[in-house]
Design a protein around this ligand. Structure first.
Ligand code: BES
Ligand code: MN
Ligand code: ZN
Length: 461
C-alpha cells in the first residue's frame, strides 16, 4: 500500500474546515444556493461531519469538514481523519480553518485513516487524497504514515504468518530498502554466541529463536533500538488462560515499533549511527520448555530465577540490552509489550516510558504532544530494587504480588545496560482496542513517532 500526500499545486477541490462556531458565518458569505444547501443539510461543524458541495451541474465543487470545538478536539486526535472517509473520492486541498501548528498532525491523521489491513481480504476502499498543506513537509508526513503502516501490518499479521523467521524476513526487507547491514544469529548459534536467555525462552518452539541485528550509518551519534519480538506468547508452562492469550500475536509489538521508528530514521536521512536489535522468539509449551524455578545465567553473567515463564519479555530483552551496551552509545531505547501492569496503570492509549534523564523526558513529552502520539513518564523507582532480588539468584523475573509490575520490569531491564548509558524504556500496548479517527482497530504504533520527532533534540542533531 502506498501512502502519500499529493504534491502542493495538484488540482484539487477546496476543503473548508469549519468549527461549530464557524458554520453560520461561512454559510452567510456564500451564494443563496450554497447557503440553502448547507443549512438544509444539517451540517453543524461537528467533528466527523462532512458535506460535499455541488455546483449547478451537480458536480462536486468544494467540501466542508467539521472541526468541532477545541474542547471536543481535545477528547481525541485527528479531527480531519474522523470525517475524510465520508468525502467523495477525489483530491482535496485544505482552504481554511486549521491553525498552522496543527496542520502536520491533521495531514498525518488523514493518511493514517486510509490504512486497511488487506493481506487476507481484498478491502479495496478508495480513500480521498489530500494535497500537502502549505508549510507542511509532505515527505516527512508520508514517511511517518508509511512507518505506522509497516508497524500495523507486522502486528496485525497472525503468528501463523509472523514467526521469528518472518519477522527476520521483514527486518531484512527494511534493511535492503535502506542499504542497512543485517546479521541474524539463530538457534544453537545463540548459545555459542552467548545469548543464553534468548535461546532458553525460544527453544520450546519449532520455530527457532534468533537475534536480529541491523545497523546503518557511519557518522553521527549512536542510537540503538531494542524491540521485544515475542511472535506469540502462550505464557509457556505458566500457560496463559485463553482470555489473556487471545491477543498475544501482538507480543512482537515492540519489534514492530522499533522497525517503524527505524524506517522513519533511515527514510528521513537523519545523520545517526542506527542499530536495531530484535530478539525474535515464540514463547511456547513443549517438553523442553524452561520451567518455574529454573535459574538462568544471562549474557551479562547475572543469574535469574524464573518465577513465572510468562515474564519472558524481560529475559530476551536483557541479553539484547547487554549486547547493545557492549558498545558505547549515545542513546539506548527499548520498546516492548512488556507488562499487563502498564495497561492497568495508563490504559491502551498512553505509552508509558522510563528514563533517568530529565532532559530526555522533557523533549519526549513535548514532541509527543506535537506528534499526536501521547506518552507518559513512569519512574525507575530505585527503592523497589529489592523486589526483583529473590535471594537465591541475582534477579527474580516475576516478583510476587505484582506491585508496581511495570516499574519492577523496567528496573529489571535497567540492570542490563551500563550505569552511565542514556536509556529510555517504553512499555507499550501496541494495539488499538476500538476504532478511533485515524486509528483502526488492531496493531498500533506507540511512542515511536514521539521518539522520532524528539531525536534531533535528544541527540543534538
Ligand atoms: N506479553 C505479556 C504482557 C502483556 C499482556 C502486554 C497483555 C499487553 C497485554 C508479558 O509477557 C507478560 O505476560 N507479562 C506478565 C508478567 C508477570 C508474569 C510478572 C504480566 O504482565 O502479567
Ligand atoms: Mn508473557
Ligand atoms: Zn510477553
Amino acid at each position: 500500500m502506498t501512502v502519500a500526500l499529493a504534491p502542493a499545486g495538484t488540482d484539487a477541490l477546496p476543503l473548508h474546515v469549519l468549527g461549530a462556531d464557524d458554520v453560520a458565518l461561512w454559510a452567510g458569505q456564500q451564494s443563496d444556493r450554497i447557503r440553502t444547501w448547507v443549512e438544509s443539510s444539517g451540517f453543524k461543524g461537528a467533528i466527523g461531519a462532512a458535506l460535499m458541495i455541488p455546483n449547478d451541474l451537480g458536480q462536486p465543487e468544494a467540501a466542508l469538514i467539521g472541526y468541532g470545538t477545541e474542547a471536543l478536539r481535545n477528547r481525541d486526535r485527528f479531527a480531519l481523519a474522523a470525517a475524510m472517509t465520508k468525502l467523495a473520492p477525489g483530491t482535496y486541498r485544505i482552504d481554511s480553518g486549521i491553525e498552522q501548528d496543527h496542520l502536520e498532525q491533521e495531514a498525518l491523521g488523514w493518511l493514517l485513516a486510509s490504512y486497511a489491513f488487506d493481506r487476507y481480504r481484498d478491502t479495496k476502499v478508495e480513500r480521498p487524497t489530500l494535497v500537502t498543506p502549505d508549510g507542511v513537509d509532505g515527505e516527512r508526513v508520508s514517511i511517518m504514515a508509511e512507518a505506522e503502516f509497516l508497524t500495523r501490518d507486522l502486528i496485525n499479521t497472525p503468528a501463523s504468518d509472523m514467526g521469528p523467521q518472518e519477522l527476520e524476513t521483514a527486518a531484512r526487507a527494511l534493511a535492503k530498502r535502506h542499504n542497512a547491514k543485517i546479521t541474524v544469529t539463530t538457534g544453537e548459534a545463540l548459545l555459542a554466541d552467548n545469548f543464553p536467555m534468548i535461546h532458553t525462552v525460544g527453544r520450546a518452539s519449532d520455530r527457532a529463536p534468533r537475534l536480529i541485528d541491523m545497523s546503518r550509518g557511519n557518522r553521527g551519534p549512536r542510537i540503538t533500538l531494542v524491540g521485544k519480538g515475542v511472535c506469540f506468547d502462550t505464557g509457556g508452562l505458566n500457560l496463559k488462560p485463553g482470555s489473556s492469550m487471545g491477543l498475544m500475536k501482538k507480543d512482537m509489538g515492540g519489534a514492530a515499533n522499533v522497525l517503524g521508528l527505524a524506517h522513519m530514521i533511515m527514510a528521513s536521512g537523519l545523520q545517526v549511527r542506527l542499530r536495531v536489535l530484535i530478539p525474535a522468539v515464540e514463547n511456547s509449551v513443549s517438553a523442553n520448555s524452561f520451567r518455574p524455578q529454573d535459574i538462568l545465567t544471562s549474557r551479562k553473567g547475572l543469574t535469574v530465577e524464573i518465577n513465572n515463564t510468562d515474564a519472558e519479555g524481560r529475559l530476551v530483552l536483557a541479553d539484547a540490552l547487554t549486547f547493545a551496551a557492549e558498545e558505547k552509545t549515545d542513546l539506548i531505547v527499548s520498546m516492548a509489550t512488556l507488562t499487563g501492569a502498564a495497561r492497568v496503570a495508563v490504559g491502551p492509549d498512553l505509552a508509558p516510558y522510563f528514563t533517568d534523564d530529565d532532559d530526555a523526558a522533557t523533549a519526549l513529552d513535548l514532541s509527543a504532544r506535537r506528534m499526536a502520539d501521547p506518552v507518559w513518564r513512569l519512574p525507575f523507582h530505585t527503592p523497589y530494587e529489592p523486589m526483583i532480588e529473590p535471594g537465591i539468584a541475582d534477579l527474580d523475573n516475576a516478583p510476587k504480588g505484582g506491585f508496581g509490575g511495570a516499574i519492577t520490569a523496567a528496573l529489571f531491564l535497567r540492570r542490563f545496560v551500563k550505569e552511565d548509558d542514556r536509556y529510555i524504556h517504553f512499555d507499550i500496548y501496541g494495539w488499538q482496542p476500538t476504532a478511533a479517527p485515524g486509528r483502526p482497530k488492531g496493531g498500533a504504533l506507540q511512542g515511536a513517532r514521539a521518539l522520532f520527532a524528539a531525536l534531533p533534540d535528544l541527540l543534538g542533531l
